[in-house]
Each structure stands twice: as structure tokens, then as C-alpha cells.
Design a protein around this ligand. Structure first.
Ligand SMILES: Cc1cc2nc3c(=O)[nH]c(=O)nc-3n(C[C@H](O)[C@H](O)[C@H](O)COP(=O)(O)OP(=O)(O)OC[C@H]3O[C@@H](n4cnc5c(N)ncnc54)[C@H](O)[C@@H]3O)c2cc1C
Length: 173
């Protein structure tokens, strides 16, 4: 296959104009493009491969939402942006508090946004780590089997609820 040499900047011409140009059509690019379009912008998405997807299309489908999503509530788990923040800060090596705070404060809104785009989330609690690759993990008690007095937002429970209950019904493939 013959590979063309790169063009000099002088020889590059542009024949498209857009209010917003999104470079890369993975999940981040797709979300940015949808939001820009909904805000009324004329949007152009540029993708270097033959189709969109990127590493998002290979992802297992775990979407890390928490802070009190509809799915958490449906499974009887109380959570809040502050509890989510405390948990992620505790388990992240060298955490960036500002970014984690932003992520947690908007997590419920992001969940709602994803649902509005048509991403299906089921309301079932999965007491393990990965429904597709079950492994012998420590059982995590669901709401019905929890021992009295145990915090409803303990890190392990919060983690399981967040990871498992918010798992998208189908992986993004
Ligand atoms: C096997 C696997 C499993 C994973 N599972 C999970 C999971 O279960 N849960 C989770 O939260 N995360 C998971 N991840 C991580 C997650 O997939 C990524 O963090 C996320 O997809 C990154 O999204 P993105 O939009 O930033 O990048 P990408 O989805 O990679 O999109 C970037 C896009 O930009 C394009 N691009 C790059 N450079 C240019 C350029 N110069 N010009 C034009 N286009 C360009 C690329 O071709 C690509 O399409 C997984 C990752 C892998 C690889």
C-alpha cells in the first residue's frame, strides 16, 4: 500500500465550516456532539478511523454512576454525591479532588442524560462484580439481607451498588 506524504499546511484547504468541531467519535466525542447540537450549534465530528467507537466500543459496559441514581434507589441503596466523593477519594491513588468532586456532583444528572439518550439500564441488583464473567467474589448483601446496624452507604456496599446496579443492560459494542 502506498502511503501519501503529509501535505504542507500551505496546500491544505478547508471546505467545511462548523460552529463546533469534535475530534474523535468515542463516547466523549459523541456526548459532546449531542450536547453541542442540542444547544443549537452546527456540529462536525471528525474521526480518524473508518467508523466511530474508539475504545468506548470495546468497553465492558460498566458505567460508574452513583450519588443517588434511580437504579440505586430502586434497589434500596441510599447514596449521595458526598458519599460517592468520599468513596472515590478513598480508593483512588493520587486523587484529584476537584475533578472527583465535579464528577460526583453531576453523576445523577449524567445518568439521567444517558437514559434520555436511550441507553437502557435495568433496575436489578447484581451482588458480584461482573455479570458476564462471574467470579468467586465476596458476597455483598443486598437490601433484604443486610445486617441491622450496617451503614447503607459503606464503601464496599456503595461500590457494589454503584458498579453493579448501574451496569448498562447491554455492553457498548
Ligand atoms: C477492553 C476495554 C474495556 C473497558 N471497559 C470499561 C468499562 O467497563 N467501564 C469503563 O468505564 N471504562 C472501560 N474502559 C475504558 C473506556 O473504554 C475508556 O475510558 C473510554 O471509552 C474513553 O472514551 P473516549 O471517548 O475518551 O475515547 P475513545 O472511545 O477511545 O474515542 C476516541 C476516538 O477518537 C479518535 N481519534 C483519536 N485521535 C484522533 C484524531 N487525531 N483525529 C480524529 N479522530 C481521532 C479515535 O479513533 C477514537 O474513535 C475499557 C477500555 C477497554 C479498552
Amino acid at each position: 500500500m502506498e502511503i501519501s506524504p503529509p501535505l504542507s499546511r500551505r496546500d491544505v484547504t478547508f471546505d467545511s465550516v462548523a460552529d463546533v468541531i469534535v475530534v474523535g467519535m468515542g463516547a466523549a466525542g459523541a456526548c459532546a456532539a449531542i450536547e453541542a447540537k442540542e444547544a443549537g450549534a452546527d456540529v462536525l465530528v471528525i474521526e480518524r478511523t473508518s467508523g466511530g467507537g474508539g475504545s468506548s466500543a470495546m468497553a465492558g459496559g460498566y458505567v460508574y454512576f452513583g450519588g443517588g441514581t434511580r437504579v440505586q434507589k430502586a434497589n434500596g441503596f441510599e447514596d449521595s454525591p458526598q458519599e460517592m466523593f468520599k468513596y472515590i477519594m478513598a480508593v483512588t491513588p493520587e486523587p484529584n479532588a476537584e475533578k472527583i468532586r465535579l464528577y460526583c456532583d453531576h453523576s445523577v444528572a449524567h445518568f439521567d442524560w444517558m437514559e434520555r439518550q436511550g441507553v437502557p439500564f435495568n433496575d436489578r441488583f447484581f451482588p458480584g462484580k461482573d455479570p458476564e464473567h462471574p467470579e468467586p467474589t465476596r458476597p455483598c448483601p443486598g437490601p433484604a439481607t443486610r445486617r441491622p446496624g450496617r451503614s447503607r452507604t459503606s464503601p464496599s456496599l456503595s461500590r457494589a451498588a454503584t458498579r453493579s446496579a448501574s451496569t448498562a443492560r447491554r455492553p457498548m459494542r
